[in-house]
Design a protein around this ligand. Structure first.
Ligand code: AMP
Ligand code: ZN
Length: 134
């Protein structure tokens, strides 16, 4: 059996509740859902994270997440959608096979952003932009 849980799901060794399958991607329900219908989208071929994925693989995952978001919105009558993609431990990734979380949202669902909303320091914003773009 594969050491990677999500490769195990692709290989059928680990059961999953499949939402959508394409040539290159699989979408299945998250078993620790943040909300009703919370779905994960993965590339079938093992790749660690956004930095290891080639642009085509990442684009396939994003395009499949868009399809899944539309399906969830129409079937579950959700009022909005939140997409998360965690990469590496510092980015909150816990399963090290690239995946996007597609989370249907309702204004009454009680979920909140995981960071505090506060204005940035102008000088720091200028400095980081310079560092990024120089
Ligand atoms: P992340 O923290 O972004 O790496 O998310 C990993 C996600 O995978 C978590 O939300 C888990 O609930 C989910 N997960 C772990 N094992 C399984 C599984 N066997 N089937 C479905 N979802 C899983
Ligand atoms: Zn894998």
């Amino acid at each position: 059996m594969s050491e990677c849980i999500f490769c195990g799901i692709v290989g059928g060794e680990i059961p999953s509740r499949k939402v959508l399958e394409t040539d290159s991607c699989l979408a299945f329900l998250d078993i620790f859902p943040a909300n009703r219908g919370h779905t994960l989208v993965i590339p079938k071929r093992h790749v660690l994270d956004i930095h290891e994925a080639d642009a085509g693989t990442y684009a396939d995952v994003a395009a499949t997440a868009k399809k899944v978001a539309d399906i969830l919105q129409s079937k579950l009558n959700s009022e909005g959608t939140t997409i998360f993609q965690m990469s590496r431990e510092a980015g909150w990734q816990t399963v090290f096979h690239l995946h996007m979380h597609v989370i249907p949202r309702w204004s009454s669902d009680g979920l909140h952003k995981p960071w505090d909303i506060a204005p940035g320091n102008e000088a720091e914003l200028d400095q980081v932009l310079q560092q990024i773009t120089k």
